[in-house]
Design a protein around this ligand. Structure first.
Ligand SMILES: NC(=O)C1=CN([C@@H]2O[C@H](COP(=O)(O)OP(=O)(O)OC[C@H]3O[C@@H](n4cnc5c(N)ncnc54)[C@H](OP(=O)(O)O)[C@@H]3O)[C@@H](O)[C@H]2O)C=CC1
Ligand SMILES: O=C(CO)COP(=O)(O)O
Length: 337
């Protein structure tokens, strides 16, 4: 059994900490809010993020970063993409041993266009990082805490590190596969949020199932196009971290990205939607990053570009869909890769 610290006590960090604690690992959950650490330690709840869940008593929390870093040499990074740099920068000040970093965040940083593992590499001291593993796949926290069967992928260039993560998390309801394609797994996890926002908009406009199936299928085509251009393995995009996560995020009411899109489709402004959510909607910033990546790599990503216009230039969703439908005629398969 291992000592593990999970950084970030939102829905996903808390759900993964429960899996680890149930697997017998001495698991500490770090939160930047002292009141939340107290709630977890005293009441064994995290009402804001998982209102129905009672946490295992063995799972403890701290808001002291030094205690969190000292506790383990396996760290799970579960804060939103925009907080990764800040948290890693602060951790670096107290880090004094080699550690395995597992990250579960699904985003791409706008402007730098870095994937999460690249951000981690850039802001952690190299001598204290044994490896970086990404854990990603169709896995809503709300279902994991109910112990509903869930499958996910651990990816690292070094397969032994991916297998270590597989062993840490795997149990009767949480099945972990391994992959060495870090680029493909990270891109699939981040880019599906863009398409999930679009699927939510489509549902908000009451466009029905044909439209949603089209978004999922053509969304996967453009994710794959960019992902392969950036070095991902084409097969990864039809795996759990690609198609699997795309399906769950575009079709589940648990998805914050889908829900945000749904509100946009019903006519709310982006500002109103984000104020309503109270949880991270990664797809918004990632749409900007994906739009920039499409331009940089000269890859056609019509859905991403259309969503970029809706989110950042207030283009009405209905007009955007009309324009998408009357684009130049195309072959379906040519030009996929
Ligand atoms: N929810 C899910 O089912 C899944 C989520 N993910 C990914 O995991 C990542 C985290 O998502 P999730 O847990 O759902 O997000 P939530 O919005 O549920 O929680 C985010 C957590 O991060 C904390 N946080 C935000 N900013 C900072 C900061 N600067 N320093 C420290 N802590 C901070 C929040 O604190 P506060 O409460 O103070 O805001 C909160 O505890 C995302 O990238 C998401 O895409 C991946 C798979 C499944
Ligand atoms: O990535 C997720 C499920 O696999 C969670 O998606 P949302 O961030 O849209 O809720």
């Amino acid at each position: 059994m291992e000592n593990v610290t999970v950084f970030g006590a939102g829905s996903w960090g808390t759900a993964l900490a429960i899996v680890l604690a149930e697997n017998g690992h001495r698991t500490l959950l770090w939160t930047h809010r002292e009141d939340q650490a107290n709630e977890i330690n005293i009441k064994h709840t995290n009402k804001k993020y998982l209102p129905e869940t009672i946490l295992p008593t063995e799972l403890t929390a701290t808001s002291d970063l030094e205690t969190a870093v000292d506790h383990a040499s396996i760290f799970v990074m579960a804060v939103p993409t925009k907080a990764i740099r800040e948290v890693c920068g602060n951790m670096s000040k107290t880090l004094n041993k080699k550690a395995l970093f597992i990250h579960v965040s699904k985003g791409i940083e706008p402007d730098s266009l870095m994937r999460i593992s690249e951000i981690l590499e850039s802001c952690l001291p190299e001598e204290f990082v044994s490896d970086i593993v990404v854990l990603s796949g169709p896995s809503h926290a709300e279902e994991v805490v109910l112990r509903h069967p869930t499958t996910i992928t651990a990816a690292c260039k070094n397969i032994q590190s991916a297998e270590k993560v597989q062993d840490l998390f795997m149990n009767g309801y949480f099945r972990v596969y391994t992959n060495t394609d870090v680029v493909g797994v990270e891109l699939g996890g981040a880019l599906k949020n863009v398409i999930a926002l679009a699927a939510g908009i489509s549902d908000g406009l009451d466009y029905g199932d044909n439209a949603k199936a089209a978004l999922i299928t053509r969304g996967l085509a453009e994710i794959t196009r960019l992902g392969v251009r950036m070095g991902g393995n084409p097969f990864t995009f039809s795996g759990l971290s690609g198609m699997g996560d795309l399906i769950v995020t575009c079709t589940s009411v648990h998805s914050r990205n889908w829900r945000a899109g749904n509100m946009l489709g019903k006519g709310l402004s982006l500002e109103e939607v984000l104020n309503n959510m109270g949880m991270v909607v990664e797809g918004v910033r990632t749409t900007k990053a994906a739009h920039q990546l499409a331009l940089k790599y000269e890859v056609s990503m019509p859905l991403t570009s259309a969503l970029f216009e809706v989110l950042f230039h207030e283009k009405p969703p209905k007009v955007t869909v009309d324009e998408l439908m009357i684009r130049m005629k195309k072959r379906e398969i040519d030009n996929l890769l």
